[in-house]
Design a protein around this ligand. Sequence first.
Ligand SMILES: [Cu+2]
Length: 165
Amino acid sequence: MKIFIFLLLFITNMGFSASMKNIGEKGESFEVDRVIEIKMYDNYFEPNEINIKKGETIKFLIKNFGSLVHEFNIATNKMHLSHQTEMLKMMEKEILLGDKIDYKKMKELAKTDHSMAHSHSNSLLLEPNKSGEIIWKFNTETKLEAACNVPGHYESDMIVKINFN
Ligand SMILES: [Cu+2]
């Protein structure tokens, strides 16, 4: 029985790290090779295309110059699409308001629904005039894009194209 539980934990854990490894991983400040500034507007990023060398660790300095809440999320196209359902749920639960995030409610709902916690090392959700950073290590071959998954924004092309070279 003990072995069974151990194996189960081991397998679950492996699945998780494998899927995260797929898109790269959170980097540390001492590993940063380059800093890229990203500006958020309603509803697009500037720049909307970046070039990354495989294995490079980038510090993204992100600022929201728009009047709406925006997200910067590094993932695959498929991950973005599934994340958009979570974002829609956040909007329905009124955690995500057009120009504000109800952090109190987010914390409350996250106790019962982990998808509402919205704290992943590959994404950042910002209210207008707020800024933040993500350090990401691109040790991957997977095709990635950085995008905003606030309902409607991805569809209106709020995407940063990531080219590997
Ligand atoms: Cu957006």
